[in-house]
Design a protein around this ligand. Structure first.
Ligand code: TGC
Ligand code: FAD
Length: 401
């Protein structure tokens, strides 16, 4: 209760009213630039996303009209240097994800895929010609990318890749299929990973290339404000210039996943905060048995538990971001945080849905939308089990995959 605390002796540490969404004042650990980035994205989400996003979810529609605004804010490829990108640090990228996902996981997914899964590999592994050709347009939102790694027979084990590319003179011929691909049907280019005689390699396949198709997957109950597609490659011919020259092997796509998973650890905090914010209001005004719902011990214990878990996740992501900015972050650390933070957010969204009673199934309240979205977020970019096993492998030195 902020008022009660504020009435104590001025100057004592107990006088400060705590932000219920940031109990340990993690924001105070941010630089001025990081706070400015967070505030500008928060304004965008409040003004432009929240008024439309529930309807988009109901209509199974990605709000593509927001892409130029995301670009104008510098949110596409925000942590890359040059080529029209903003060159922000890793913590700023995390804060961008957090604010966007406070709006909806679908919008954060769009930015994750564009930035971490498409622009990052072109920037890191692409030729200078590829960077010049694609990155400025992608930063402006004029070109949309998708990332094709998962295949229908099993996404957790991408080493068992069936999609293959064979050399034919100076060209490559790609055959195979990918499944569950964010942005697929609206993408201008696809970073597709295929098995070759040399190992797994990355190819840039442009839309309208003969033999390439990207039909949208309909009838989803999750990430309905995001486009998800299958990809089909039927003798798709791409020139040598479209191969990413800088990497061979599974570490290529896995290194992209490390970038995107890092952003997800922040993003899901935003979804959880949206649920907590709404339930703090609701439980104070909902009167049952002659008192506000919030006056019940078991309700307070649940809300307190959410705050505890959100705070823990914030500190975890911030430390991860600081390590990333120093070049010291490891994939296992990302796995630990992706596992912890997705589980935290999904548990909170489910519990918030329950605390709303029947109203919890209504589109009038945010938890059920976040809950349904988070069912995907805990699955994609490595399922919870995959990340647990990654941590287990680090601890024991034994791979149990
Ligand atoms: P493993 O032997 O561990 O590694 C093979 C090579 O890759 C290197 N490596 C990494 N490099 C960078 N970052 C990482 N995270 C890396 N993990 C591994 C590793 O050093 C090795 O390099 P080298 O030089 O020795 O060859 O590979 P494994 O076959 O044992 O697989 C391990 C496992 C299970 C963890 C991996 O396959 C995995 O992560 N599986 C989950 C797949 C996954 O996450 N798919 C996500 C698809 S994309 C997506 O979901 C987008 S959703 C986007 C949205 O909408 O937001
Ligand atoms: P499977 O690999 O078949 O796993 C099924 C179950 O088995 C899971 O519970 C898993 O944890 C468990 N399991 C697997 N291995 C083990 C083991 N060794 N021990 C115990 N349990 C195990 N992919 C892309 O490439 N690009 C995208 O843009 C993309 N976007 C996506 C968007 C959405 C909305 C969704 C839902 C998925 C997206 N994916 C994308 C795919 C995503 O990465 C995969 O769904 C995920 O990696 C899991 O693969 P799978 O669905 O084939 O499940």
């Amino acid at each position: 209760m902020a008022e009660a605390v504020g009435s104590q002796t001025p100057g004592s540490s107990a006088t400060r009213a705590l932000d219920p969404l940031d109990l340990l004042a993690v924001r105070g650990l941010l630089s001025e630039e990081e706070r400015m980035v967070q505030d500008s994205v928060a304004r965008f989400v409040d003004d432009r996303v929240l008024p439309i996003i529930q309807k988009c979810f109901e209509e199974h529609r990605f709000p593509r009209e927001l892409v130029p605004e995301l670009a104008a804010l510098g949110l596409l490829g925000s942590s890359l240097e040059g080529y029209g990108c903003a060159g922000l640090n890793a913590v700023s990228y995390g804060l961008i994800c957090q604010e966007l996902e406070r709006g909806d996981s679908g919008l954060r997914s769009f930015v994750s895929v564009q930035s971490s899964l498409c622009m990052y590999p072109i920037h890191t592994y692409g030729s200078e010609a590829q960077k010049q050709k694609y990155l400025p347009g992608m930063a402006k939102g004029e070109l949309i990318g998708c990332f094709g790694l998962t295949e229908p027979h099993g996404g957790s084990d991408p080493a068992n890749m069936k999609t293959h590319a064979k050399r034919r003179g100076r060209d490559w011929v790609i055959n195979g299929s990918k499944m569950w691909i964010t942005n697929g049907a609206i993408a201008d280019l696809c970073i597709v990973w295929a098995q070759t005689d040399e190992g797994i390699r990355g190819f840039i396949v442009e839309k309208n290339t003969p033999g390439f198709a990207a039909p949208e997957i309909e009838r989803k109950f999750s990430l309905r404000a995001s486009v998800t597609s299958a990809l089909f490659f039927d003798n798709v011919v791409v020139p040598e210039e479209n191969v990413l020259p800088g990497v061979v092997g599974l570490k290529g796509p896995l290194s992209c996943l490390t970038q995107a998973r890092y952003g997800i650890t922040w993003g899901v905090i935003g979804a959880a905060q949206a649920c907590l914010a709404q339930l703090l209001d609701y439980t104070k005004t909902r009167v049952l048995f002659g008192r506000p719902l919030a006056a019940n011990q078991t309700i307070q214990v649940r809300l307190a538990d959410w705050a505890r878990r959100i705070t823990t996740a914030q500190l975890l992501s911030l430390q991860l971001g600081r390590l990333k900015d120093k070049g010291e972050m490891t994939p296992t650390q990302v796995s630990l945080a992706k596992w912890n933070n997705c589980r935290m957010a999904l548990d909170i969204a489910r519990d918030a849905r329950d605390m709303l009673g029947g109203a919890g199934i209504s589109a009038e309240h945010v938890p059920i939308r976040h809950m349904l979205n988070l069912e995907s977020v805990i699955t994609y970019e490595g399922t919870e089990t995959i990340h647990q096993l990654a941590v287990g492998r680090e601890l024991t030195g034994i791979s149990a995959f």
